[in-house]
Design a protein around this ligand. Structure first.
Ligand code: SF4
Ligand code: SF4
Ligand code: SF4
Length: 334
């Protein structure tokens, strides 16, 4: 076996689910540790930011960054990880595409602070105080908080990224693909995948989903999952339940549809498209028969279709809004 590599894990605007996903290597975590030493991981080890800042540049083999880039601390540490690591991986949907935090791009920083600190009924804040980024107490102690950015970004919006590991969070199947790449690299000196590779499948989620589906799907309205008794063996879309399988990349093992939940698209767009939401809208149009049979769809019909789809933006761009063409859909109103 070649020399062990070193790994750093750092989170940005993250729910920490991606840290849990690392733990979900289960017993294979010990296999990973045969090939790699973890040298920096604030969630798992008692380390300080200065520890990694003191390390020589490029001294860590692989850095895993998970979570979106939402504030000045996230951005600073993304740059530190980039400097210290030979290979930087955007791990999980938030680092890959902005993820769930990226939905905040439909509004502004000031609207968010106003809502959270002044308008939420469970918050007691009679003076309407908003968080300050600098504060000095009466003894002269200075306290600082990270600056909250107005826009949520994916990791490659702020630093150069070598590989992308999709999903929210990356599933065990995906982690096993990473382990194989690391083993092959350390044990046999095999070359790494080309820069920019998304470590997942090139197929579409529908290709790995085991639910039964017909050649032609036609529906006349969509339902929310609690509005209808549905067949647990059949394709969701065919039964009028929105499932982002046609617009999502495979590789997660179709874990959600296997346990009777429609796909929400956390793997991101398929290898063939860049715009996941538009791709799903096109799939929706085709199951309504509006693409194959009709060149135009009346406006009333569009309204009728959309009236059954709750929160279309959150539905079609749940994980990918910051990387979509829509990008930032609401500009500052301040
Ligand atoms: S990808 Fe999902 S699990 Fe990972 S940090 Fe983002 S929200 Fe959490
Ligand atoms: S649309 Fe959903 S349920 Fe149907 S085959 Fe694709 S992934 Fe499976
Ligand atoms: S089935 Fe869909 S939502 Fe579930 S993990 Fe796979 S891509 Fe993500």
């Amino acid at each position: 076996m070649g020399e062990k590599i070193t790994i750093a894990l750092k989170r940005g605007a993250s729910c920490v689910g991606c840290d849990i996903a690392i733990v979900n290597f289960n017993e294979d975590l010990f296999t990973l540790l045969e090939y790699a030493d973890v040298v920096f991981a604030p969630t798992l080890l008692d380390v300080k930011y200065d520890d990694i800042k003191r390390m020589p540049d490029q001294s860590i083999t692989i850095g895993f960054y998970h979570g979106a880039v939402r504030n000045s601390d996230n951005e600073e540490m993304a740059h530190v990880l980039r400097e210290k690591c030979q290979i930087l991986i955007a791990y999980g949907a938030c680092a890959h595409m902005g993820g769930i935090p990226g939905l905040a791009n439909v509004t502004t920083k000031s609207n968010i602070l106003e809502q959270v600190y002044r308008k939420t009924m469970t918050v007691v804040n009679p003076e309407g105080t908003l968080p300050q980024t600098e504060y000095t107490d009466e003894k002269g102690h200075e306290l600082t908080l990270p600056l909250f950015w107005d826009e949520v970004k994916a990791l490659d919006d702020v630093v150069d990224v070598d590989y992308f590991v999709p999903a929210c969070p990356p599933t065990r199947d995906i982690n096993m693909q990473i382990l194989t790449v690391v083993k092959d690299f350390v044990e046999e000196g095999k070359p790494l995948p080309p820069k920019g590779t998304i470590i997942a499948s090139e197929k579409t989620l529908c290709d790995e989903c085991e639910r039964q589906r017909s050649e032609q799907i036609r529906v006349d309205r969509f339902y929310r999952i609690h509005e209808k008794d549905f067949d647990p063996e059949k394709c969701f879309l065919e039964q009028g339940i929105i499932c982002l399988g046609p617009a999502s990349r495979a590789g997660c093992g179709a874990v959600c549809t296997a346990v009777n939940m429609p796909c929400r698209g956390c793997m991101g767009p398929t290898a063939a498209v860049t715009e996941q939401g538009a791709s799903m809208l096109s799939a929706i149009a085709s199951v309504y028969g509006t693409v194959d049979n009709e060149t135009e769809i009346p406006e009333e019909e569009i309204d009728r279709i959309m009236s059954h789809i709750l929160d279309p933006l959150g539905c079609f761009y749940r994980f990918s809004l910051p990387k979509s063409q829509l990008g930032r859909v609401v500009k500052d109103t301040e």
